[in-house]
Design a protein around this ligand. Sequence first.
Ligand SMILES: [Mn+2]
Length: 232
Amino acid sequence: MRKPLIGITAVTAFNDRLHAQRVTYPQAVWAAGGEAIFLPCNTNTDNVRQIVSMLDGLLVPGGADIDPALYGEEVLPVCGAYFRSEDDYDIALIKEAVKQGKPILATCRGMQILNVMYGGTMYQDIPTQIPSDVDHSFGQPEEHYHDVTLEPDSHLAKILGSTVVKANTSHHQAVKDACTALRVVGHAPDGVVEAMENEDGSIIGVQWHPERMQDMEIYRELFRVFVEKCKK
Ligand SMILES: [Mn+2]
């Protein structure tokens, strides 16, 4: 039987000469019973329409910061590198996936771009703009973790079977004004937005990296439920 095909957007590197993505994303999709394909950045409308029509679902991964112009702000010195072509491509793909009714799972920057696409805004740097004792930053070589408290009636809490989950964390930007199209369903202990979803659960975004926590059953289940949804 044909497995659901999940498109995973690439990030650009080497001055746009390489479009690639981490293998942990397809590995999580494969383990969940799906097939995966990386999508090089190309905002051509016809190409976006065609590639989304070939997909059964869209996985929007982590990556760089987002161009603050997309949410009407000046670039602060604390803002990290951003690549407008990646932002534009992610937004074009997400819009088309929504239009074609394809499920979306977004992690880290993926959740942020969902928020910005739907009119939300971002803190450009957590440590300077909303400092707290919670460390959201990238840990090396060990991951950093904090708890996320989920809304009990959210799709995400039902899938994960818990209202408090362990989340790895690797971000220095965070949702400021949440968009109205999505419901905020998860928070870190300091109040930082960590999860968003739409009403029917066909769009789920998490601020962490469940694809790197596949040793935990709850995060294998997150990918299984996503791939299952993509069969319809
Ligand atoms: Mn965090």
